[in-house]
Design a protein around this ligand. Structure first.
Ligand SMILES: Cc1ncc(COP(=O)(O)O)c(C=O)c1O
Length: 383
């Protein structure tokens, strides 16, 4: 799109300029696709921060029971909201449930942002949020990472009279890093009350064990909306169900804007089953902690640069985007699908989900081979 096109006012164009500027979302490659492309028998998918243990059996059972009720419209997540309120000691008026935490994020963007507002976050923030904010057509400002973490003091300095919404993911996707309780409290003191903060805790169950992790349920800040999801630790990514906590005044307006029949009744039943299955959740967290330790140890032994992670994935940092792309393609040829991060804004990085112990080993072996091949090629190129 040319600069002249950008200057044409929105009402003169069928598609507004900020929508034309968006890139279509690239879904992860499928295992079947890679098997066929490279003639492989074994392919593993570590691209999408999903649960490597699959779905909680209890969630599956509740889903199957709910299918017979599909002729009825659901009640907008009310049963789940009540359950979550009971679990976390809140009023139901403080809780929202919707089609994924991204569904709630979309409603926050629609509900609170006016045309001249500005959104503030870190560079290369979670891609889902980038798309939602940019598709609203508001100013989108970022500050750089510091050691692959949100630089909260610099973010606070960047708040302007136009800033309406700040997006923080803790732990963060794609870096995996988290900010501490002290850093968050200091930051919050500097945020005016009129500015809303989305505190996206999609990976909080994995980070809870960190003593300095600021579980947002310890706070009752009127301008903070906490978002959580059933997509990760509960293994319900395809069901599309997430939840949020906030002051009742914020939740009540979000409830006005949200689509009345989301989340679906089937997704809600799955979530209720998942909440009952504490054993599955704890097993997932334990598998992740072991897997993270294994990956970090082996990657560092290999001499790879890895961002510090408290989530269910690690981010590998390469010297340049060519090497990251080379490693991505080499891994594909060896049957490992990981996530290139060019679309997020980090073309020299790859994100790798923690898998089962067997998957983690398969990945490490494949990466070691790819790395050796790449070194041989770079020596050949120098020669
Ligand atoms: C930080 C972050 N927030 C939100 C989501 C999306 O969660 P959901 O599946 O609940 O929409 C993800 C998924 O990758 C994520 O990484």
């Amino acid at each position: 799109m040319s600069k002249a096109d950008m200057q044409i006012s929105c009402s003169e164009m069928v598609v507004p300029p900020h929508i034309l500027a968006l890139q279509p979302y690239q879904p992860g490659l499928s295992v079947e696709e890679i098997k066929q492309r490279f003639g492989l028998e074994k392919v593993i998918n570590l691209a999408s921060t999903e649960n490597p243990l699959g779905v909680s059996p209890l969630a599956l059972e509740r889903t199957q029971q709910a299918l017979v009720g599909m002729s009825r419209y659901p009640a907008g997540g009310l049963i789940l909201r009540n359950k979550l309120a009971e679990l976390f000691g809140l009023k139901v008026e403080n809780v929202i449930a919707d089609a994924g935490s991204e569904g709630i994020m979309a409603n926050i963007v629609r509900t609170f942002l006016c045309d001249h507002d500005e959104v503030l976050t870190t560079e290369a923030a979670f891609q889902g949020f980038q798309v939602l904010a940019r598709s609203r057509g508001v100013a989108y400002r970022t500050v750089p990472y510091k050691d692959w973490k949100y630089d909260l003091p610099v973010l606070a300095d960047a708040i302007s009279p136009r800033t309406k919404l700040i997006y923080l993911a803790n732990p963060n996707n794609p870096t995996g890093s988290f900010f501490t309780r002290q850093a968050f409290e200091q930051f919050h003191r500097r945020v005016p009350e009129r500015v809303l903060i989305i505190l996206d805790e999609a990976y909080y169950e994995f980070a809870m064990v960190e003593p300095s992790y600021p579980d947002s349920m310890h706070y009752r800040f009127d301008n903070v909306i906490t978002l959580r999801t059933f997509s990760k630790v509960y293994g319900l990514a395809a069901a599309r169900i997430g939840y949020g906590f906030a002051h009742e005044d914020l939740i009540s307006v979000l409830l006005k804007v949200k689509l009345p029949f989301e989340p679906s009744g089937v997704a809600e039943a799955a979530a209720l089953g998942a909440l009952e299955d504490r054993e599955f959740m704890l097993r997932t967290v334990a598998n992740n902690a072991k897997g993270l330790a294994y990956l970090n140890r082996n990657l560092r032994e290999m001499g790879m640069q890895v961002a510090p992670s408290a989530a269910n994935f690690v981010m590998l940092v390469f010297a340049d985007s060519g090497r990251a792309q080379g490693a991505f393609e080499g891994l594909l040829r060896r049957g490992v699908i990981v996530r290139p991060l060019g679309a997020t804004g980090l073309p020299h990085c790859l994100r790798v989900s923690v898998g089962t112990p067997e998957e983690n080993e398969f990945f490490i072996e494949a990466l070691d081979r790819v790395r050796q091949e790449m070194e041989m090629h770079s020596y050949a190129a120098v020669d």
